[in-house]
Design a protein around this ligand. Sequence first.
Ligand SMILES: Nc1ncnc2c1ncn2[C@@H]1O[C@H](COP(=O)(O)OP(=O)(O)OP(=O)(O)O)[C@@H](O)[C@H]1O
Ligand SMILES: Cc1ncsc1CCO
Ligand SMILES: [Mg+2]
Length: 267
Amino acid sequence: MNTQTIVTALSAVREQKPLVLNITNYVVMNNTANGLLAMGASPIMAHSRAELAEMMAFSGALVINIGTLDSVWIERMMFAVEQANQHGKPVVLDPVGCGASSLRTETSRRIAEAAEQLIIRGNASEIIALAGTGANAEANSKGVDALDASEAAVEAARYLVRYYRCSVVISGKIDIIVTDNSEFRLHNGHSMMPFVTGMGCTLSALTGAFAAVGETTGLAAAAVLGVAGEIAAEQSQGPGSLQLNLLDALYRLDAETLMQRLRMEQP
Ligand SMILES: Nc1ncnc2c1ncn2[C@@H]1O[C@H](COP(=O)(O)OP(=O)(O)OP(=O)(O)O)[C@@H](O)[C@H]1O
Ligand SMILES: Cc1ncsc1CCO
Ligand SMILES: [Mg+2]
């Protein structure tokens, strides 16, 4: 993976407009659907057991976000993952608030265990909590916001990569993408981004779009959102306009700007 493969993956998303099936939380359904559309992908939000099997057959990827979990949805999420496996489709897990309750931690682990082609995208606290004692790290989870720096979650991410045979994206001031054979660090984004809810959820949704076109590490999504986010923040007075400007920046992002702005540390 290098800058050129990220640019090529973005073109592939815009050409193929992959359908991304989302079971996501009530807070971010609109943001994430708009983020996918603005970048050039096609979102669908679905929850009914009666349609998930049919829809998974023609979707390019499944995004499971546990942000507003309840007992009915857990069963749907497990069913959707089963369908994704059956159709050979990648699954992105966003373990929102993992560590803040045992329900969230246990459900995240069940989903990760079940998915055959998995990418996990969470903030540092969520990644540490998901790995649990396996990685010898203590997460500071109080809610859905990260209280740990990305670097503190690297050992946990490495553990998850080995344990679930997946790729892990730790988001934060620095985004760290951990795969079985490499680690990338991205220094893009903006300090205003965590003042808008669902930026991480948008990253997970975009990760689904890239996975659908064969970029199954999460790197391209983190690069695109990081660059679009910093462009949007430079044009915003605060979080209100950032939320809207992000959609414009995703829509307008071209290869040249992406290559110019990307600050990636390669292995
Ligand atoms: N301090 C920061 N500086 C630069 N970029 C940041 C910063 N904090 C977050 N970001 C960017 O914001 C995006 C979302 O990451 P974040 O870690 O805040 O997700 P999250 O905690 O899961 O958010 P949410 O749960 O609200 O969706 C990523 O693209 C990340 O790079
Ligand atoms: C604030 C919040 N609460 C549950 S999900 C969510 C959106 C950000 O993850
Ligand atoms: Mg989150």
